[in-house]
Write a protein of this length. Structure first.
Length: 385
């Protein structure tokens, strides 16, 4: 009978454990977390014109340095510095006195030698003079004619004329200055500005890539406008006249690894001056199936590689590594990593990770897509800034 309290305690403990176990089974399981909501854009191929914006400088279409061709003192300057001059217009007058005297002497010498040669021609038929004497007289006549022409040329050179039409700069000499034929310093410089050159440089890597893309068919030639060039001025504005590409250098600059491209622009208002820094936009080709991804959907990993998150057919998130070559307005031009029809996540990126199932809706954080020309112009304007 003394074992009864122990049995009673054991039965109570078993009953309590059973009761607690029953309470745990009756608790409701935790509710499942709802799938995160993301905004996506469905990528579609687009056509756009590929342009290259290259830095360069302007240079005059033609440059002529005005130099004296005879020695003498400057008597007059006959032009206004900074004005436009015409080809053949007189710019300076060199003292002609010495050359006028030389011309008069040459004329007198020619007259004498002509008379002597004429008389000897009559006498040789009568055998009054030898053939040698006649030949010597005729040679002196020819020498006198040459001396006369030389004197006439020297006298004409005392009038310094403009070799080309264009705008003339400041004069390096004044009245009373002594100038000489073959001097190192130019008297003035004339530059033709109605048409102007723009010399730009392009890296050989870009040039080779462009040629490969054109050869493989990834890019198509830009048609008749392939040689047209637009100009962005230093203040970011567009030059109103279009130019054309003239030639590309046949050799590579060893120090920079680039080639020089030369474009020609009309410049009737003389808005462009030699030496200005500009950017030239060259139409390179047309990509008919380009993938443009909004910048909101492209990030970079710790290595700097561009990445994107897309939603697959099972509504699960996938991570894609991208190859993005350039920006076009608010979009990236994607060369590898995204395909037409992919659903790119641009909204709610911070709430998802690869492998997670999501709910999809149309992204609301994007502007209306630009046309290819608008995107191209926006991209070029951004670069110019």
């Amino acid at each position: 009978m003394h074992f009864k309290p122990a049995v009673t305690a054991l039965v109570s403990a078993v009953a309590l454990a059973t009761l607690l176990s029953g309470c745990k089974k009756e608790e409701a399981p935790p509710a499942a977390q709802p799938a995160p909501q993301v905004g996506v854009i469905t990528l579609q191929p687009q056509s756009f014109t590929l342009t290259s914006e290259l830095p360069g400088r302007t240079s005059a279409f033609r440059v002529a340095e005005v130099r004296p061709q005879v020695n003498g003192i400057i008597l007059k300057r006959l032009f206004k510095e900074g004005s436009d001059v015409k080809q053949g217009q007189q710019l300076y007058q060199i003292d002609p006195a010495v050359y006028e005297t030389t011309l008069a002497t040459a004329q007198a010498n020619l007259q004498a030698t002509r008379s002597l040669a004429g008389r000897y021609k009559q006498l040789i038929d009568e055998q009054a003079v030898s053939r040698q004497e006649y030949d010597d007289a005729n040679a002196k006549r020819l020498q006198a004619e040459a001396s006369l022409k030389s004197a006439q040329i020297d006298l004409r050179y005392t009038k310094v004329l403009a070799p080309i039409s264009g705008r003339i700069g400041r004069s390096a000499v004044t009245e009373g200055a002594l100038v000489s034929n073959g001097q190192a310093n130019a008297m003035a410089t004339i530059q033709q500005l109605d048409t102007i050159y723009v010399d730009v440089t392009q890296s050989t890597a870009e040039l080779l890539k462009l040629r490969r893309d054109l050869a493989s068919g990834q890019l198509q030639k830009a048609g008749d406008n392939a040689a047209q060039v637009q100009l962005v001025l230093e203040d970011g504005s567009l030059f109103k006249h279009q130019g054309r590409l003239e030639f590309s250098e046949v050799a590579v600059d060893e120090t920079t690894g680039s080639v020089t491209l030369r474009a020609v622009f009309p410049n009737p208002e003389h808005e462009l001056l030699p030496g200005m820094f500009v950017h030239a936009r060259l139409k390179a080709g047309v990509n008919a199936n380009a993938i443009l991804a909004p910048q909101q959907g492209v990030t970079r990993d710790l290595k700097g590689t561009p990445t994107a998150l897309v939603v697959n057919q099972d509504n699960k998130v996938e991570l894609r590594e991208l190859k993005a070559s350039r920006t076009l307005g608010s979009d990236w031009l994607i060369e590898e990593g995204l395909n037409p029809g992919d659903r790119l996540i641009t909204e709610g990126l911070q709430y998802v990770r690869p492998g997670v199932e999501v709910k999809v809706s149309e992204a609301s954080n994007l502007k209306k897509p630009n046309s290819p020309d608008q995107a191209k112009a926006a991209d070029a304007d951004a670069k110019a800034e």
